[in-house]
Design a protein around this ligand. Structure first.
Ligand SMILES: [Zn+2]
Length: 491
């Protein structure tokens, strides 16, 4: 038995000015062939699970390509075509099964609005009857082309995503059972016109919890093989953006449909609860100032790169310094230009320079606004570290060359590359102990939870500026299907 395994992961924020070339998909671009195997074997990711399962089944494994890029603007056509060619070339050589670790919200620049559906369609053209299993992110905007051209689709059940590996295990095992003719999977997919906000998709609270709990309940029923409740990704101006459910049963189309719609109904009835309301930034900082014990997390969520933001807006830090907060660790801010200047100056040197604000955000009508700061260069590193978890455990992360710039009130981690504060390593790898700071200003929306909440005394959401904003009115949707809540009043 021969299995083709690949990973192509990108969550495209169509409002983001950040480019997504081939090089974004790994330290030096995606891993290809045996390098993909070496890099992903042993990681707690869907592709890591696919490799483990295929090895347990004594299959011959072909790892075509493995690439994961941070959310950003539409993927370059060149990068996308290369992913497709690598996978399709291996499929063309002949294989029994295909396992794909995809995101489900990839948009390609000047090309398809449905990167995954289009890839699957192309694979089906060369291998019309080869069974395909796909793992998707909980933020997938699922499309008809994805469902039509795959046999098994399973999404993450958690946000923050701590079940990536388990998702891969479920998808891969179902595919093997299909191959052994133990099951006859049938899928049903449907969506509702609700553009839920990622800040309201924490699966351990509120409406999102009841929606995903209802999906988990389905999965326990006889003949249900997998039940995936997707939150969708709202910063995508594409027709299918929004909440959807994919249900897989063992040869029972009617059950798949009933369960799918029952789960969607749980979300529909609480649609107002999926909408986030911002508090003014000044009020949030004032509140943070009134809190006694640290660390206090200042969550600059609109500039979270895991939502496609530029990770260089300075509005929240500016306000924090203006209101007199100190003992702050900030991180990371992406500013390759400042990193170059600071490294040229050298450790121990005091320097004044503009930090951040180097990127304009035309889709939300905002210009980049750097913050002029004076400080000492405290540390310079290559920015590499290994994630200790609990999410992405074992994955090698690279922030690019990294500098710690100390203004007295704030120690700022400045990086060349985008980097979500998803691990303590963003601070510890550059010599900052985050547990000893009064404030941690994090460009984070959700991934801080499993990592930083355990060391924090308080957390405060700060409505800074960025293309990851939860303020609907900033975004101009043109291609999304209408009507959709909350852009339209659906009663
Ligand atoms: Zn996600």
């Amino acid at each position: 038995m021969k299995i083709v395994i690949a990973q192509m992961e990108h969550e495209t924020n169509t409002f983001s000015p950040v480019e997504t070339p081939w090089e974004s998909f790994g330290p030096d671009g995606p891993y290809i062939g045996v390098d993909a195997y070496r890099a992903m074997k042993g990681t707690k990711t869907p592709i890591g699970a696919f490799i483990d399962i295929a090895e347990e089944a004594n299959a011959d494994i072909i790892t075509s390509v493995a690439g994961f890029a941070y959310p950003s603007g539409p993927v370059s056509g060149v990068a996308y075509d290369r992913f497709c060619e690598l996978i399709i070339e291996d499929v063309r050589q002949g294989c029994d099964l295909i396992m794909l670790d995809l995101h489900g919200a990839m948009v390609v620049k000047d090309s398809t609005l449905d990167g995954e559906g289009t890839l699957l369609k192309k694979i089906r053209e060369v291998a019309p009857s080869t069974p395909i299993a796909v793992s998707l992110d909980l933020h997938a905007n699922v499309t008809a082309d994805m469902v039509r051209n795959a046999n098994i689709i399973v999404g993450y059940k958690t946000y923050p995503h701590i079940d990536m590996y388990e998702t891969g295990v479920l998808a891969g095992k179902l595919l093997l059972r299909l191959h052994r003719k133990e099951i006859k999977p049938v899928m049903h997919w449907n969506n509702i016109p609700v553009l839920a906000q990622t800040l309201k998709m924490n699966t351990s609270e509120g409406a999102m919890k009841s929606y995903s709990d209802r999906a988990a309940q389905s999965e326990k029923k006889p003949n249900v093989l997998a039940s995936s409740a997707f939150g969708g990704f709202p910063m995508a101006d594409i027709p299918e953006a929004g909440m959807s459910v994919v249900m897989i049963t063992d040869d029972d189309q009617e059950l798949a449909k009933t369960e799918c719609n029952a789960i969607l109904n749980v979300a529909w009835e609480q649609k107002e609860a999926f909408i986030w309301k911002d508090e003014p930034l000044e009020d949030s900082i004032r509140h943070a100032k009134s809190l006694k014990e640290g660390p206090i997390l200042l969550l600059d969520h609109p500039d979270n790169c895991a939502t496609g933001a530029t990770q260089d807006t300075m509005t929240t830090l500016r306000e924090a310094l203006k209101q007199g907060l100190n003992d702050i660790a900030v991180g990371p801010i992406r500013d390759p230009e400042a990193v170059g200047q600071l490294i040229a100056a050298g450790i121990g040197v005091t320097i004044t320079l503009p930090i951040g604000g180097k990127t304009d955000m035309p889709a939300i009508n905002k210009k980049g606004e750097p913050l002029n700061l004076t400080g000492v260069i405290k540390n310079i590193t290559d920015g590499d570290y290994v994630i200790t978890g609990p999410q992405f455990t074992g994955v090698k992360a690279s922030m690019g060359r990294t500098v710690v710039f100390d203004t007295g009130d704030a120690e700022i981690v400045i990086t060349e590359k985008l980097q979500e504060p998803w691990d303590l390593g963003v601070f510890t790898s550059v010599g900052i102990d985050p547990s000893t700071k009064k404030y941690l200003l994090l460009k984070s929306r959700m991934y801080f939870r499993p990592v930083f909440l355990p060391i924090a005394k308080h957390s405060v959401y700060c409505a800074g500026v960025g293309v990851g904003s939860s303020d609907w009115t900033m975004f101009n949707y043109e291609k999304i299907r209408r009507p959709i809540y909350p852009l339209d009043d659906l009663g």
